[in-house]
Design a protein around this ligand. Structure first.
Ligand code: PMP
Length: 442
């Protein structure tokens, strides 16, 4: 954990990140690391992007910060307009915060306030999925299904129901079609809403492509559409958490566009500021905001740094780069190339159980036995070994161990910058497969 946590110096135990160049980070000793995961799916433009740097200098020369209690700012207004215009149908309002957890927290509070305003005060329950991560603040942590992260804080967390994730690799029966599996698992939400009583449920929260808990697990075709229908049937708000998978990571600015679903709220962060500034956003259907505007008049929430001009300027510059350089096409093209390379190099590997994902958001699940899908003994900490081997070999990737819907397992998440070249993709897969074999041999 970096940053002198509780006085413990991290100097000496971690290299000092000194510079960035495209897809690489350089440490103070001059070693180069290929950023195969964008940190944690953050650095979508790579490092030291000239256009973003120029935009930030320009904004700093004008104004860094003016409190939103008194002012709005040109970059914040422009960003909100652009996000609303690009978002799925009906999304009209944008609430700018400083990161993913803040965006999820705001979504939960907005859902609650909405139901108070429309005279349904009984709706306070949240349903989410077991294999999910929605942030580390108490509300977002309560929504998330990562057992390890939740365990010690359990008494502080509001009660949340968790249904099955859409996790085809382990969930689908052999004789079941993808569609039938998607509908079956989505219908668990219907059953859970009925069990709790629809009049008590306010929201269902899910990541369209699961990131940190499971390594780029996309919903199967039809799953999210069925989820949308179920939420509509019971008057429950659908919150899609695109903090990791949004902002172009899947080859679409919003991942849910590929599923043909318009949620009531979307949370984004990470790639929105691309690491140049901390920023997140909550995007909301117009009718939800309108109900609040017509009721008490304002969302009873807020943080000092919301709508920060520097953060908004960075996000506008990131969007300019994505649009101006047609990076969504690049993500689709290079994503397909990465997928092909992973299958070519690791598809037959005795310990690679699944290769999955969308765009430049890819996951690899590791198993002790491909036939039985038996995971490795957690005591072996395979994910930590892979991370260390990859890092020593000059590759940053994001391996995680955890409970994958009740099964303990190891996976690797890849989320390289959208500007990654063919040779850099080959370097990534070379370094990764070497690290995997060294970690397995250890
Ligand atoms: N939601 C998802 C899907 C995430 O992946 C994350 C971060 N990994 C968060 C929320 C929390 O974001 P942050 O760390 O910026 O608070």
């Amino acid at each position: 954990m970096p940053g002198h946590i509780f006085g413990r110096s991290t100097r000496g135990s971690l290299p000092i990140a000194a510079a960035g160049e495209g897809c690489y980070i350089l440490d103070a000793e001059g070693r180069r690391y290929l950023d195969g995961s964008g940190g944690a799916a953050v650095s979508c433009l790579g490092h030291s992007n000239e256009a973003v740097r120029a935009a930030l200098h320009d904004q700093l020369d004008r104004l860094a910060f003016a409190h939103t209690g008194f002012f709005t700012s040109e970059p914040a207004e422009r960003l909100a307009d652009r996000l609303a215009a690009a978002a799925p149908e009906g999304i009209e309002r944008v609430y700018l915060v400083s990161g993913g957890s803040e965006a999820v927290e705001a979504a939960l509070k907005l859902a609650r306030q909405y139901f108070m305003e429309v005279g349904q005060p009984g709706r306070h329950r949240v349903i989410a999925r077991r294999q999910s991560y929605h942030g580390n603040t108490l509300g977002a942590l309560a929504a998330g299904g990562n057992e390890w992260r939740r365990a010690q804080f359990a008494p502080l967390l509001v009660e949340t129901s968790h249904v099955s994730p859409c996790y085809e690799y382990r969930g689908r029966a052999e004789d079941e079609s993808l569609e039938a599996y998607g509908l079956r698992v989505a219908d668990e939400l219907d059953a859970e809403i009925r069990r709790l009583g629809p009049e008590t449920v306010m929201a269902f929260v899910a990541e369209p492509v699961v990131g940190a808990t499971a390594g780029a697990v996309p919903a199967v075709p039809g799953y999210l559409k069925r989820i949308r229908e179920i939420c509509d049937r019971h008057g429950v708000l659908l919150i899609l958490d695109e903090v990791m998978c949004g902002m172009g990571r899947t080859g679409h600015l919003f991942a849910c566009a590929e599923d043909g679903v318009a949620p009531d709220m979307i949370t984004i962060a990470k790639g929105l500021g691309a690491g140049y500034q901390p920023i997140g956003a909550l995007l909301v259907q117009g009718r939800i905001y309108d109900a609040i505007a017509a009721g008490s008049g304002f969302f009873q929430h807020g943080h000092t740094y919301m709508g920060h001009a520097m953060a908004a300027a960075a996000a506008n510059a990131v969007l300019d780069e994505i649009e101006g350089r047609d990076l969504l096409s690049a993500v689709r093209r290079q994503g397909a190339r990465l997928e092909a390379l992973l299958h070519e190099r690791l598809g037959q590997h005795p310990h690679v159980g699944d290769i999955r994902g969308r765009g430049l958001f890819r996951g690899i699940e590791l198993v002790a036995d491909r036939e039985t899908k038996e995971p490795f003994d957690p005591a072996r900490k395979l994910h930590a070994r892979i991370k260390a081997e990859a890092f020593a070999g000059g590759l940053i990737c994001y391996p995680m161990g955890g409970t994958l819907d009740g099964v303990r397992g190891d996976h690797i998440l890849l989320a390289p910058p959208f500007i990654i070249s063919d040779t850099e993709l080959e370097e990534l897969v070379d370094k990764l497969s070497g690290a995997l074999d060294r970690a397995l041999a250890a």
